[in-house]
Design a protein around this ligand. Structure first.
Ligand code: PGA
Length: 255
């Protein structure tokens, strides 16, 4: 059985002291959740304080990115070991904002993914098409090549550590969510592709989260789709009540 994963991606929001205050609220708001894997990904400078606050809670800590080298002359970068050291269990890789604004490519996504796996961090690898690609009916071919690029040389044994997040770029931060059917279509496609790249068992156990304007009001209908196993939440994760509303929706999914 796949455990639903609700991850909050705080992006470039909240100072360390604001992080502290929001996490105190959030811990309380989701304290009764039992079935759901809950992850919060604050900015790098807040990870340390977040790790301390989340100790003993049902919220796991994640980072929004990492660099593939362990150490050395790479000004401004952060390594997997550094993330582990401050208590991170998860790391988001290849978010569309990284691809769009910071020249992330499938090949750099792959390097980051391998580095995360080597350090025993659990990667959440983001893929998704732009509006233009969807309108020119390239969605499936884009997803296919993003998957092949991201997962190059990733062995079958590592696949149980990886979650994927399908995030249509046109739905991120726009208030325009994919319909549950649109999302499910792509999730099903991803699962089949993973089956052909690996095996039926790997594909059946793979967590595939949906991201793009997920809110308490649309979360249940998305999460009840057979191939949607969670959400990667941006805007709505910055408010304790709305994030807790999404976790509540996840707790209500049967199975
Ligand atoms: P959003 O962001 O929920 O604000 O659309 C999702 C994401 O970028 O992960």
């Amino acid at each position: 059985m796949r455990k639903i994963n609700i991850s909050g991606n705080w992006k470039l929001n909240k100072t360390a002291s604001e992080t502290k205050a929001l996490l105190v609220e959030l811990k309380d708001a989701v304290a009764t959740a039992q079935k759901t894997e809950i992850v919060i990904c604050p900015t790098f400078v807040s990870l340390s304080v977040a790790g301390e606050i989340l100790q003993g809670s049902n919220i796991k800590l994640g980072a929004q990115n990492l660099f593939w080298q362990e150490s050395g002359a790479f000004t401004g970068e952060i390594s997997a070991t550094q993330l582990k050291d401050v208590g991170c269990e998860y790391v988001i890789i290849g978010h569309s904002e990284r691809r769009q604004y910071f020249h992330e490519s499938d090949s750099t996504v792959n390097k980051r993914l391998i580095a995360a796996l080597n350090a025993e961090l659990l990667p959440i690898v983001c893929i998704g098409e732009t509006l233009e690609q969807r309108e020119s009916e390239e969605t499936f071919s884009v997803i296919e090549s993003q998957l092949e690029g991201a997962l190059a040389e990733v062995p079958e044994a590592a696949m149980s550590q990886i979650a994927l997040a399908y995030e249509p770029v046109w739905a991120i931060g726009t208030g325009r969510t994919a319909t549950p059917e649109q999302a499910e279509d792509v999730h099903r496609f991803i699962r089949r592709k993973i089956q052909s790249l690996y095996s039926e068992q790997i594909s059946a156990n793979l967590i595939i989260q949906y991201g793009g304007s997920v809110k308490p009001a649309n979360a249940f209908d998305l999460l009840k789709q057979p191939d949607i196993d969670g959400a990667l939440v941006g805007g709505a994760s910055l408010d304790a009540d709305s994030f807790a509303g999404i976790v509540d929706a996840a707790e209500k999914i049967e199975g």
